[in-house]
Design a protein. Structure first.
Lengths: 522, 188
């Protein structure tokens, strides 16, 4: 029995004049026989597909549904992209058409797909970085379940769904062509895995975690696509790529240009002004094609304004993607274009687009800041905070701070406190400095402030917090002496410590040791 | 009650229709940039085309204005000869303002400077953060050169601020320290 699949389409609506409708729109839940809708407050409309028995069935059903939908709503188009903080997802279910999957089947399918999940997520990611995957409360990473496929939590990014399918939730909403491409790859994997019933499938945890984080932050550019294609080939063999142009075109774009559908939409609609309405109607009404739809939008435009590079890419994909007949062809393409991947992640996501110094100064003047533990930062996972601390130590530590890896930050016995201010757009908190203290010995082992925000009093606030915490911790017992080390040439820090009443004494040629003054009564 | 002076100007830009796709486009652009930079050196810009100036340098102000006029005269003459188009001459006026007006312009200048300092601190911090990745010696030399130029410019702005009474010395000093750190990091 070949696996079947189903897709949940979440989308907002866009009008002809470019205005987007985000409120739940019950009237737009129009569907043909076999389809269904779901109540969801995070999008204007959520439509559920019937069970697709194969790619041909899926393409014809999507075509039927959205042609009907677009005929009913002449002045509206589905808008599946998560701009301005939206959180539109697309969940793909893999199962069997005649029965529920057994747990061991879910396990083997889920874990096999998990090994190529970052690549699939990057294919569908929009925008980049994907705020939805990074921040959504309705999506939890696999490592939260120790890399097991859970049936307890519907919000796990791969879960054993109550309807007896394995549900893949990481995908951002997108045009149907992208979901179908991913569904084809996942279904092929499921087909082989269910046939073999191999129970030894495991997830490469380290690569999964690293690549997933990179893919959702930087997109396809951050992945070694050749490796992923080879992994897919190892699982499913050198299969023929379906003859639907959209699959070949999307894979061609991903491999040769490291671009996904979002990049193309942005390039085209930015050039054409407000052409998103036409773009999405074309995509949903004709799910068999991708680039031909793009070309039709360009050709229907009054002005020839698409820039030359964009045009070249579109024409190249239209022309040459036809030659991709098997996975081997794709791998050969990836091998040819592998060196083009630029080194792009010098400044990581969490350390880019930081608030201005004046803004932070105002925040401090107004006491609009917090000092908290790493797991208490709003809207930021603790491993992102750990990664930011690692970055601060590495790039702002001025050579004296021990640089700890993000894992060390989480696992070491020191307590880390971070200084955070809300982002000006208020959607997350930004870590601007940190202090680490080992409570058992009283040693302040790290104190770092992003150099953009030094001399604003952040270090003083962090030290004061640690002193208070220390006092509270040892309220009724004898305490070790709070102390630390500072380079002799770090005059601003030495002045600060003196002003706070610390005793500073020589430790060696280059370093002072500082400690709190011990009162007579102590 | 007189509080100070502002200099307002309107210089012909290279975006004039007559200059499009002509070799004089670049020349007019170069003159405009040079003249704007000369005028900016007289004080602190408050908004586009308005500069808060220190009236104690009356001689320097009139000399600079004269030089700008001469530079423009030459280039406009050339444009007239080559294209037969008479572009408008630059308008540069020095206006006396009252104490209240002076206060308003000073606040505007301060706000603009703060934004500029924020931007420069961010830029220089970024240079320090990525210095280890910068292995191209020519690129390093070029960054050092631009940082030295930047430092010189901010020393001048700091002095102008002191003369005009804008209190941003600490912030500018911090920026200058950061520039020094970046230069040292690039040399090492």
């Amino acid at each position: 029995m070949e696996p079947s699949f189903g897709i949940e389409f979440e989308f907002d609506l866009i009008l002809k004049n470019g205005r987007r409708i985000r409120d739940v729109a019950p009237r737009a839940r129009r569907y043909v026989y076999g389809w269904d809708y779901q109540d969801d407050h995070t999008c204007a409309v959520e439509l559920r597909s019937p069970v697709f028995r194969g790619l041909d069935h899926a393409v014809s059903e999507i075509e039927r549904q959205f042609n009907y939908w677009c005929d009913v709503f002449q002045d509206v188009a589905p808008y599946p992209y998560s701009v301005n903080g939206r959180s539109l997802g697309m969940h793909i279910h893999i199962g069997l058409p005649n029965r529920c999957l057994h747990y061991h089947e879910v396990d083997v399918v889920g874990k096999s797909v998990a090994n190529v999940y970052p690549f699939l997520a990057a294919l569908q990611c929009q925008p980049v970085p994907s705020e939805r995957i990074l921040r959504s409360a309705y999506l939890r990473p696999l490592w939260a379940y120790d890399y097991e496929i859970t049936d307890d939590d519907h919000y796990a990014e791969i879960n054993f769904n109550a309807i007896g399918t394995v549900e893949f939730r990481i995908f951002d909403a997108n045009v149907p062509q992208v979901a179908l491409t991913n569904a084809w790859i996942m279904r092929e994997i499921a087909k082989v895995m269910l046939e073999n019933q191999n129970s030894d499938v495991g997830v490469n945890r380290e690569r999964y975690r690293h690549d997933r984080n990179m893919a959702i932050r930087y997109g396809l550019k951050a992945l070694n696509i050749l490796n992923y294609l080879q992994m897919i080939k190892d699982m499913i063999g050198n299969v023929a790529i379906p003859s639907y142009p959209f699959i070949r075109e999307l894979l061609y774009l991903a491999v040769k240009y490291r671009m996904n559908a979002w990049d193309i939409m942005r390039a085209v609609t930015q050039s054409l002004g407000t052409k998103e309405f036409e773009y999405f109607r074309a995509m949903f009404k004709n799910p068999r094609d991708f680039m031909s739809n793009v070309m039709s939008v360009i050709n229907n435009s009054m002005h020839d304004v698409v820039d030359e590079r964009c045009k070249q890419i579109i024409l190249d994909a239209l022309e040459n993607s036809r030659n991709l007949n098997t996975l081997d062809d794709l791998i050969a393409l990836a091998r040819t274009f592998a060196p083009e991947v630029p080194s792009i992640y010098v400044i990581p996501f969490h350390s880019k687009n930081l608030p201005s110094r004046s803004y932070v100064k105002r925040c401090i003047d107004l006491h609009y800041y917090r000092v908290c533990r790493i797991n208490e930062v709003d809207n930021t996972p603790y491993d992102d905070v750990a990664s930011r601390i690692h970055y601060l130590m590495r790039h702002h530590g001025d050579g004296f701070v021990n640089v700890l890896s993000p894992e060390d930050v989480i696992n070491r016995p020191e307590r880390f406190y971070v200084f955070v201010v809300p982002d000006p757009d208020n959607r997350r908190e930004v870590v601007l400095g940190c202090i680490a203290v080992r409570m058992s010995t009283g040693e302040i082992s790290s104190l770092v402030v992003d150099r953009r925000y030094r001399r604003l009093g952040i270090a003083k606030i962090l030290i004061k917090t640690v002193m208070q915490v220390f006092d509270l911790h040892y309220r009724n017992s004898s305490r070790p002496i709070l102390h630390g080390y500072v380079k002799k040439k770090n005059e601003p820090m030495i002045n600060l410590l003196r002003s706070m009443g610390f005793v500073i004494e020589p430790f060696n040629q280059d370093v002072y040791r500082f400690r709190v003054a011990v009162k007579e009564s102590d | 009650m007189v509080g100070g002076k502002v200099l307002v100007y309107d210089l012909v830009s290279e975006n004039h229709r007559a200059l499009r796709n002509t070799p004089l486009f670049g020349k007019v652009r170069a003159v405009r940039i040079k003249c704007t930079s000369m005028l900016y050196k007289l004080g602190i810009p408050c908004t586009e085309s308005v500069i808060l100036i220190n009236s104690s340098h009356a001689e320097r102000i009139s000399e600079t204005i004269e030089m700008v006029r001469e530079l423009y005269e030459d280039v406009l003459h050339e444009v007239n000869n080559a294209l037969g188009v008479r572009l408008p001459e630059p308008v540069i006026k020095v206006l006396d303002i009252t104490q209240d007006q002076y206060q308003v312009f000073r606040d505007l200048a301060e706000r603009r400077l703060r934004e500029s300092i924020d931007g420069q601190i961010d830029r220089v911090s970024m240079i320090i953060e990525t210095v280890a990745d910068q292995s191209d010696q020519n690129k390093r030399r070029s960054i050092i050169h631009s940082l030295k130029k930047l430092k010189k410019e901010w020393v001048r702005i700091r002095n102008s601020c002191l003369e005009i009474g804008i209190n941003l010395e600490d912030e500018i000093n911090y920026l200058l320290d950061l520039i020094d750190q970046a230069i040292n990091a690039l040399y090492s």
